[in-house]
Design a protein around this ligand. Sequence first.
Ligand code: SF4
Ligand code: SF4
Length: 76
Amino acid sequence: MPKEKISHQYKIKIDHDKCKSCQLCIVHCPTKHIELSSEFNQRGLTYAKAKKDTPCIGCGFCFFICPECCIEVYEE
Ligand code: SF4
Ligand code: SF4
């Protein structure tokens, strides 16, 4: 019987305007999937955003470490 290939794809969603630019999520992401923007949010701060060239593996570190609770991790 052929083995079924199971693949998961994870993504994050960040509420940019709640971000306080502490960079904890950036430092702790194992795949370096998060970076700081060059633009400013409503708080007048640069904000964390997902990168396009690195994967999210769905570990949840960023979700748990964000002091502002602005990151969601979901599976597609
Ligand atoms: S869930 Fe893990 S891999 Fe994905 S962005 Fe957050 S820390 Fe990085
Ligand atoms: S941990 Fe939260 S508040 Fe800090 S930079 Fe990341 S998204 Fe912004």
